[in-house]
Write a protein that binds this ligand. Sequence first.
Ligand code: SAM
Length: 197
Amino acid sequence: MKLKIDKFPEYLINFTTVDFDKYFLNKNTILDIGCGEGEFIVGLASLYPKRQFIGVEIKYGRIIKCLKKAHANKLHNVKFALCDATLFTTKVLKSNSINKVFINNPDPWPKEKHQKNRLVNLELLTGIYQKLKRKGSLIIKTDSNEYFREIKRTILKTNLSPDKSIDLLDSSIPLTKFQKFYKKDDKKIYSIKVLKK
Ligand SMILES: C[S@@+](CC[C@H](N)C(=O)[O-])C[C@H]1O[C@@H](n2cnc3c(N)ncnc32)[C@H](O)[C@@H]1O
Protein backbone atom coordinates (compact mmCIF):
# COMPACT_ATOMS: atom_id res chain seq x y z
CA MET A 1 0.00 0.00 0.00
CA LYS A 2 1.33 3.41 -0.94
CA LEU A 3 1.62 5.76 2.02
CA LYS A 4 0.01 9.18 1.57
CA ILE A 5 3.31 10.78 2.43
CA ASP A 6 4.89 9.34 -0.75
CA LYS A 7 2.56 11.41 -2.91
CA PHE A 8 4.63 14.56 -2.44
CA PRO A 9 8.29 13.45 -2.33
CA GLU A 10 9.52 16.83 -3.58
CA TYR A 11 8.40 18.47 -0.35
CA LEU A 12 9.60 15.86 2.12
CA ILE A 13 13.16 15.72 3.42
CA ASN A 14 14.48 12.21 2.84
CA PHE A 15 17.20 11.76 5.42
CA THR A 16 19.08 9.17 3.40
CA THR A 17 19.29 11.13 0.15
CA VAL A 18 19.00 14.82 0.97
CA ASP A 19 21.97 16.94 -0.04
CA PHE A 20 21.98 19.65 2.61
CA ASP A 21 24.75 21.57 0.84
CA LYS A 22 22.66 21.77 -2.32
CA TYR A 23 19.41 22.72 -0.64
CA PHE A 24 20.31 24.84 2.33
CA LEU A 25 23.89 26.02 2.39
CA ASN A 26 24.64 29.46 0.89
CA LYS A 27 20.91 30.17 0.79
CA ASN A 28 18.79 32.39 2.98
CA THR A 29 17.22 29.58 4.99
CA ILE A 30 14.39 29.85 7.50
CA LEU A 31 13.33 27.09 9.89
CA ASP A 32 9.85 26.71 11.44
CA ILE A 33 10.04 24.39 14.45
CA GLY A 34 6.79 22.57 15.32
CA CYS A 35 5.20 23.91 12.14
CA GLY A 36 1.84 22.22 12.78
CA GLU A 37 -0.33 22.10 9.66
CA GLY A 38 1.97 24.50 7.81
CA GLU A 39 -0.15 27.60 7.24
CA PHE A 40 2.55 29.91 8.65
CA ILE A 41 5.52 28.49 6.73
CA VAL A 42 3.57 28.03 3.49
CA GLY A 43 2.36 31.63 3.82
CA LEU A 44 5.92 32.85 4.32
CA ALA A 45 7.32 30.71 1.49
CA SER A 46 4.69 32.19 -0.86
CA LEU A 47 5.62 35.74 0.24
CA TYR A 48 9.38 35.19 -0.06
CA PRO A 49 10.07 32.95 -3.10
CA LYS A 50 13.84 33.65 -3.03
CA ARG A 51 14.27 32.26 0.48
CA GLN A 52 14.45 28.60 1.41
CA PHE A 53 12.08 27.28 4.11
CA ILE A 54 12.16 24.15 6.24
CA GLY A 55 9.29 23.04 8.47
CA VAL A 56 9.86 20.45 11.18
CA GLU A 57 6.91 18.62 12.68
CA ILE A 58 6.67 15.40 14.68
CA LYS A 59 3.07 14.46 13.83
CA TYR A 60 2.48 12.46 10.64
CA GLY A 61 -1.05 13.79 9.97
CA ARG A 62 0.11 17.39 10.28
CA ILE A 63 3.04 16.82 7.92
CA ILE A 64 0.64 15.41 5.32
CA LYS A 65 -1.37 18.65 5.57
CA CYS A 66 1.86 20.68 5.16
CA LEU A 67 2.84 18.72 2.03
CA LYS A 68 -0.62 19.17 0.53
CA LYS A 69 -0.51 22.94 1.16
CA ALA A 70 2.95 23.28 -0.41
CA HIS A 71 1.74 21.31 -3.44
CA ALA A 72 -1.50 23.33 -3.75
CA ASN A 73 0.53 26.57 -3.69
CA LYS A 74 3.02 25.18 -6.27
CA LEU A 75 5.96 26.15 -4.06
CA HIS A 76 9.58 25.44 -4.96
CA ASN A 77 11.19 26.84 -1.82
CA VAL A 78 9.89 24.74 1.05
CA LYS A 79 10.60 21.29 2.46
CA PHE A 80 9.35 19.46 5.53
CA ALA A 81 11.02 17.09 7.95
CA LEU A 82 8.88 14.53 9.77
CA CYS A 83 11.12 14.43 12.80
CA ASP A 84 11.68 15.43 16.40
CA ALA A 85 12.81 19.06 16.26
CA THR A 86 15.62 18.64 18.81
CA LEU A 87 17.04 15.69 16.91
CA PHE A 88 16.76 17.54 13.60
CA THR A 89 18.34 20.71 14.97
CA THR A 90 21.18 19.13 16.90
CA LYS A 91 22.06 16.12 14.70
CA VAL A 92 20.85 16.77 11.15
CA LEU A 93 21.42 20.43 10.37
CA LYS A 94 24.91 21.72 9.67
CA SER A 95 26.52 24.37 11.85
CA ASN A 96 26.17 28.00 10.75
CA SER A 97 23.60 27.15 8.07
CA ILE A 98 20.34 28.82 9.16
CA ASN A 99 19.36 32.50 8.90
CA LYS A 100 16.24 32.54 11.00
CA VAL A 101 14.27 30.19 13.25
CA PHE A 102 10.64 30.52 14.29
CA ILE A 103 9.04 28.61 17.16
CA ASN A 104 5.37 29.53 17.20
CA ASN A 105 3.18 28.41 20.06
CA PRO A 106 5.11 25.40 21.33
CA ASP A 107 2.80 23.14 23.38
CA PRO A 108 2.75 24.77 26.85
CA TRP A 109 2.25 21.59 28.94
CA PRO A 110 0.75 23.65 31.79
CA LYS A 111 0.64 20.84 34.40
CA GLU A 112 3.86 20.75 36.42
CA LYS A 113 4.28 16.96 36.02
CA HIS A 114 4.21 17.38 32.20
CA GLN A 115 6.59 20.33 31.94
CA LYS A 116 9.52 18.00 31.25
CA ASN A 117 7.91 17.49 27.81
CA ARG A 118 8.36 21.12 26.84
CA LEU A 119 10.12 21.50 23.52
CA VAL A 120 11.97 24.73 24.25
CA ASN A 121 14.78 23.76 26.62
CA LEU A 122 18.52 24.26 26.93
CA GLU A 123 19.38 21.42 24.51
CA LEU A 124 17.20 22.82 21.72
CA LEU A 125 18.30 26.43 22.26
CA THR A 126 21.99 25.45 22.31
CA GLY A 127 21.46 23.46 19.09
CA ILE A 128 19.73 26.43 17.45
CA TYR A 129 22.60 28.72 18.48
CA GLN A 130 25.12 26.37 16.81
CA LYS A 131 23.10 26.06 13.60
CA LEU A 132 22.36 29.78 13.19
CA LYS A 133 24.65 31.83 10.99
CA ARG A 134 26.24 34.95 12.53
CA LYS A 135 23.53 37.60 12.93
CA GLY A 136 20.92 34.86 12.51
CA SER A 137 17.88 35.18 14.75
CA LEU A 138 15.36 33.11 16.68
CA ILE A 139 11.81 34.28 17.32
CA ILE A 140 9.63 32.48 19.87
CA LYS A 141 5.94 33.21 20.48
CA THR A 142 3.65 31.72 23.10
CA ASP A 143 0.41 32.56 24.88
CA SER A 144 1.70 31.06 28.15
CA ASN A 145 3.21 33.70 30.41
CA GLU A 146 4.72 31.06 32.69
CA TYR A 147 6.36 29.15 29.79
CA PHE A 148 7.56 32.46 28.37
CA ARG A 149 9.31 33.32 31.64
CA GLU A 150 10.93 29.86 31.67
CA ILE A 151 12.09 30.33 28.07
CA LYS A 152 13.66 33.69 28.94
CA ARG A 153 15.48 32.15 31.93
CA THR A 154 16.80 29.33 29.71
CA ILE A 155 17.93 31.78 27.03
CA LEU A 156 20.12 33.46 29.67
CA LYS A 157 22.08 30.17 29.94
CA THR A 158 22.93 30.30 26.20
CA ASN A 159 25.02 32.65 24.07
CA LEU A 160 21.90 34.03 22.34
CA SER A 161 21.59 37.82 22.73
CA PRO A 162 18.38 39.86 22.95
CA ASP A 163 17.52 41.72 19.74
CA LYS A 164 14.99 44.48 19.37
CA SER A 165 15.36 45.04 15.62
CA ILE A 166 12.47 44.15 13.33
CA ASP A 167 13.09 43.20 9.73
CA LEU A 168 10.53 42.89 6.97
CA LEU A 169 10.12 39.19 7.52
CA ASP A 170 9.29 39.69 11.22
CA SER A 171 6.69 42.38 10.57
CA SER A 172 4.88 40.97 7.55
CA ILE A 173 4.44 37.42 8.73
CA PRO A 174 1.15 35.53 8.48
CA LEU A 175 -0.66 34.46 11.67
CA THR A 176 -0.36 30.81 12.59
CA LYS A 177 -3.44 28.65 13.11
CA PHE A 178 -3.03 28.94 16.89
CA GLN A 179 -2.45 32.69 16.77
CA LYS A 180 -5.74 33.06 14.89
CA PHE A 181 -7.48 31.26 17.79
CA TYR A 182 -5.73 33.48 20.34
CA LYS A 183 -6.66 36.62 18.43
CA LYS A 184 -10.32 35.58 18.40
CA ASP A 185 -10.17 35.08 22.18
CA ASP A 186 -8.21 38.35 22.64
CA LYS A 187 -5.36 36.43 24.29
CA LYS A 188 -1.98 38.10 24.82
CA ILE A 189 0.90 36.63 22.84
CA TYR A 190 4.36 36.87 24.39
CA SER A 191 7.25 37.04 21.97
CA ILE A 192 11.01 37.26 22.10
CA LYS A 193 13.67 37.72 19.42
CA VAL A 194 17.28 36.74 20.08
CA LEU A 195 20.38 36.81 17.94
CA LYS A 196 23.64 34.93 17.38
CA LYS A 197 26.15 37.78 17.55
C1 SAM B 1 0.52 24.16 19.61
S1 SAM B 1 1.06 23.49 18.09
C2 SAM B 1 1.55 24.96 17.17
C3 SAM B 1 1.59 24.71 15.69
C4 SAM B 1 1.99 25.93 14.86
N1 SAM B 1 3.36 26.33 15.12
C5 SAM B 1 1.01 27.08 15.08
O1 SAM B 1 1.39 28.04 15.76
O2 SAM B 1 -0.11 27.00 14.56
C6 SAM B 1 2.67 22.81 18.50
C7 SAM B 1 3.23 21.92 17.41
O3 SAM B 1 4.52 21.45 17.77
C8 SAM B 1 4.62 20.10 17.36
N2 SAM B 1 5.67 19.45 18.17
C9 SAM B 1 5.61 19.13 19.49
N3 SAM B 1 6.76 18.55 19.88
C10 SAM B 1 7.55 18.48 18.78
C11 SAM B 1 8.85 17.96 18.57
N4 SAM B 1 9.56 17.39 19.54
N5 SAM B 1 9.38 18.05 17.32
C12 SAM B 1 8.66 18.63 16.31
N6 SAM B 1 7.41 19.13 16.47
C13 SAM B 1 6.87 19.06 17.70
C14 SAM B 1 3.24 19.54 17.65
O4 SAM B 1 3.00 18.32 16.98
C15 SAM B 1 2.37 20.68 17.17
O5 SAM B 1 2.05 20.59 15.81
